[in-house]
Design a protein around this ligand. Structure first.
Ligand code: ARG
Length: 399
């Protein structure tokens, strides 16, 4: 008896997921493997991937376009929450996993599969996100993770695959592990495991080296409606086009590279390189627009919720009750987050240089130091007397 009869496997065309196909069949007795490649804008040729899965032994090879759903239902909520894990990582990979989990379960139900599978190893975050995402959708379905158990090195996995007629292109020897979608690229392993090793230029694709960026600054205007980005330089764009366009404009100025030591779910510290141009400026611009449109207490309280939200995404809890509750809070705060943010892009930095909103609660005649000031100056002294009472009492007691 095998571990399952019919399995839907998350498939990327890479070494591990390819080897999973024969492994599931020959080692774990699975009768039929259906592969699912989710197009989340990774820009990979998906035609060849479809065929490759069939050549590797899949009975059905699905390729599904998840781009619009990815941006609308995953990236936009993250932007509303200004979600940056450990204050830096815009969560490109982490946001993709719950959607892929959902797609896997949908396919499994459609094809009557009794299990779903993924090619994640035992040390990463992605296994946690897949497993939890899948069981949140369907707690009955089995989750198989061959690469978590097989204990083969990369070279051994390649040799194993070759036994079953799989072929691997020469670039298999790239030492980096790379995950890629519309929201960015995550790069790890190889020489980058040394925290002191500067990432070689060749690992970057979306964000240019400063030496290759334009000498002249460029202005960029992004407008938001209820916290959702809707136009770039005045042009209304759909979710996918908007992100793609921003990736291009922003990456061209060398903005959006991140190099960090990050705390994984499984307790390991890891060195991560990211490039995430659109998300970096979107979160910055969105947060700035909030400063114009939200009250002080909501803004400040929301910071704590944002951190919780990032951690929930990072730790695989996208489909959790706490995440839903925090979503409701965030959504409520976005009612007035409508307006335009103006940025100046130059040599690796995106500086915010202006913002405006018809929902602004910035009050010029209170803020001004000019003649048309409406602030009641006499009140300040009385306010400070009362505000300062506890300080006065404490100081006296401790004299
Ligand atoms: N550390 C990042 C995260 O946990 C990126 C993971 C990259 N995944 C990969 N399979 N290369 O979200």
């Amino acid at each position: 008896m095998g571990r399952a009869e019919k399995v839907v496997l998350a498939y990327s065309g890479g070494v591990d997921t390819s080897v999973c196909i024969p492994y599931l069949m020959h080692e774990w007795g699975v009768k039929e493997v259906i592969t699912l490649a989710a197009d989340l804008g990774q820009g990979e040729e998906l035609g060849p991937i479809k065929q490759k899965a069939l050549n590797s032994g899949a009975v059905v090879s699905l390729v599904e376009d998840g781009r619009e759903e990815f941006i609308t239902d995953y990236a936009f909520p993250a932007i509303k929450a200004n979600a940056l894990y450990e204050n830096r990582y815009p969560l490109a990979t982490a946001l993709a996993r719950p959607l892929i989990a959902k797609m896997l379960v949908r396919a499994a139900e459609k094809y009557g599969a009794d299990a779903v599978a993924h090619g994640c190893t035992a040390k990463g975050n992605d296994q946690v996100r897949f497993d939890l995402g899948i069981l949140a959708q369907n707690p009955e379905i089995k989750v198989l993770a061959p690469a978590r158990e097989w204990g083969m090195s990369r070279e051994e996995a390649i040799t194993y695959g070759e036994q079953y007629g799989l072929t691997f292109p020469v670039k298999k020897s790239s030492p980096f592990s790379i995950d890629k979608n519309l929201l960015g690229r995550s790069i790890e392993a190889g020489p980058l495991e040394d925290p002191m090793c500067e990432p070689p230029e060749e690992v970057f694709e979306m964000v240019k080296a400063i030496s290759d960026t334009p000498d002249e600054p460029e202005y960029l205007e992004i407008s938001f409606e209820k916290g959702v980005p809707v136009t770039v330089n005045g042009e209304a764009l759909g979710p996918v086009a908007l992100i793609s366009k921003l990736n291009e404009i922003v990456g061209n100025h060398g903005i959006g590279r991140i190099d960090m030591i990050e705390n994984r779910v499984v307790g390991i510290k890891s060195r991560e390189i990211y490039e995430s141009p659109a998300m970096c400026v979107l979160v910055d611009a969105h947060r700035d627009l909030e400063s114009l449109t939200l009250t002080a207490d909501v803004t400040q309280y929301k910071r704590g919720m944002e951190q919780t939200y990032s951690e929930l995404i990072y730790r695989g809890l996208w489909f959790s009750p706490l995440k839903q509750a925090v979503d409701a809070f965030i959504e409520q705060t976005q009612e007035r987050v409508t307006g335009v943010v103006r940025l100046k892009l130059h040599k690796g930095t995106a500086r915010i240089v202006g913002r405006r909103s018809e929902k602004s609660i910035y009050t010029p005649d209170l803020a001004t130091y000019g003649a048309d000031d409406k602030f009641n100056h006499e009140s300040a002294e009385g306010f400070i007397y009362i505000w300062g009472l506890p300080t006065r009492v404490w100081a006296q007691a401790n004299k």
